[in-house]
Design a protein around this ligand. Structure first.
Ligand SMILES: [Fe+2]
Length: 227
């Protein structure tokens, strides 16, 4: 299994290129529009054919590269079925399977950060988008976010995955790159030992400023990043 984790310094976004091996088909998770050249170069170097782009949700902090990558490679773009982005090639729903060169990925519906938030699981690793971060979680105060849904998505879905599963988040603001379900169950300060009421209280009082690009990114991403 080949996993490449890429980082956008402007928005602290992780993008993942995943494939069964060199020379096979690939999926890109949460690509950033300004990094398209980097992705294309790496795909070429690793002899990968881009089959899918999966956005874990409609992002508010960066513009997706989904539309551009589809134009340039003919790949299929994916978003959860609750999305408002009519431009997407194909929508996915909870528990749907994607098979790429024999590797099975399971789509997990995990609303809370947004109502169209999804994670992608394959045995050994889960790509958690903005649902679960390392020792944190995605915010729930816009785009129809809901802390109770977020809590249920994490506790009743992500935390039921095998504990050794590697957590690859959509962002990190503290210099971490991966974690495991085992660690987050025990050490995530918003979740470990917390009731849903306690979690909601934390999330309702974060008082975060809106992302700098929000007014640009959301409308652009509803058009698959093609503006
Ligand atoms: Fe987000």
């Amino acid at each position: 299994m080949l996993v490449r984790q890429l980082f956008d310094l402007q928005t602290f976004t992780f993008t993942y290129i995943v494939a069964a091996d060199f020379g096979k088909d690939a999926i890109i998770i949460d690509p950033v529009e300004s990094k398209v050249d980097q992705y294309l170069k790496l795909l070429k170097e690793l002899d990968l054919t881009l089959k899918y782009v999966f956005d874990t949700h409609v992002h508010a902090d960066h513009i997706t590269a989904a539309g551009k990558l589809r134009e340039l490679t003919g790949c299929v773009t994916l978003l959860g079925q609750e999305t408002g982005a009519a431009c997407v090639s194909q929508t996915v729903s909870d528990d749907e399977k994607l098979i790429i060169d024999g590797v099975e990925f399971t789509v997990l519906r995990t609303p809370g950060h947004t109502q169209d938030s999804y994670c992608l699981y394959t045995p050994g690793m889960v790509f958690t988008g903005d649902t679960l971060f390392i020792r944190g979680t995605g915010r729930t105060d816009f785009q129809a976010g809901n802390p109770v849904d977020q809590y249920n998505s994490i506790i009743n879905k992500l935390f039921t995955l095998p504990e050794e599963t590697i957590v690859y988040p959509g962002h990190d603001y503290n210099g971490c790159i991966s974690s495991t379900i085992w660690e987050e169950k025990r050490f995530n300060p918003r979740l470990a030992g917390k009731t849903v009421e306690e979690f909601k209280n934390i999330m309702d009082n974060l008082n975060l400023p809106n992302p700098k690009l929000m007014d640009v990114a959301v409308p652009a991403n509803l058009k698959c990043g093609l503006i």
